[in-house]
Write a protein that binds this ligand. Sequence first.
Ligand code: ADP
Ligand code: MG
Length: 303
Amino acid sequence: FWVGISIGGLSSFYSELMKGLGAGGRLWELIDRKPELPFNEGIMLNQDAFKGALEFKNIQFAYPTRPETLIFQDFTLSIPAGSVMALVGPSGSGKSTVVSLLLRLYDPISGVVTVDGVDIRQLNPLWFRTKIGTVSQEPILFSCSIAENIAYGAENPSAVTMEEIEKVAEIANAFSFIQNFPKGFDTLVGEKGVLLSGGQKQRIAIARALLKVSLALDAENEFLVQEALDRLMEGRTVLIIAHRLSTIQNANSVAVLDQGRIVECGKHETLLANPNGLFSKLMKKQSFIQNTGDQFREHFPYR
Ligand code: ADP
Ligand code: MG
């Protein structure tokens, strides 16, 4: 079947990217970015050889609106293929900007972002975006059936089988609530459809992301779906903007960002062993406020 929206059409592409960044209402970011990418140019990496090793090398970056303010002066970060890295840091430290550079909402002034050693500017943007899964706080669902919403994640949505859809729904812990709707996977969502809870939307978004090879995951309220995320991350290269302890503990490594620099990087336990480190300080704040959403926001406001 066909999903009923233009896959790879600019508007859907960008609205999803913006949602992926959790950038609700920040449309100006989009307006202010460089002229459109040459969507159908560039190389596609060999599917079988694709590993997903991710590197940011000596990145210098300033937003076009504030060229005098360097967000990154010499930012370097390397995420081995198949590993999960949690990126943590105070508000304004540059976490979302890292994701923007990966998604090519912006390109660096100097330095490169590479995937399997290839500069992402050389890659076909349409192909590349199918390799990036994003799960955001408020996933975007379209006014069509649940099955179609999930299939939209695939490179070729019309080729996705019902079996595959059910499988990813199961992994995303969405299967049972979907089955409980009278029309199951044919249930319409959106304006004319059923009202879904935030958690249910998120699970559908995860099922959708499962149909891709995820490189980046900006899962700002990942606690809703920790178990599904664990499964989603298996065998994939994942960069999570992490706020929650459980996600951070489960990551292969944690990179701590402060004012555009990685100030600490290592395993969760290793970083905690340094009581004067920024990570320990952030974690202290967090455990203090763990179960109180509002205070949590004060220290880690969603941006
Ligand atoms: P974080 O996600 O860690 O909170 P951001 O990447 O959003 O940090 O922001 C890093 C810095 O870049 C902040 O100083 C922020 O004010 C600035 N910034 C973020 N987005 C923009 C933008 N679109 N234009 C100009 N400055 C921005
Ligand atoms: Mg942010």
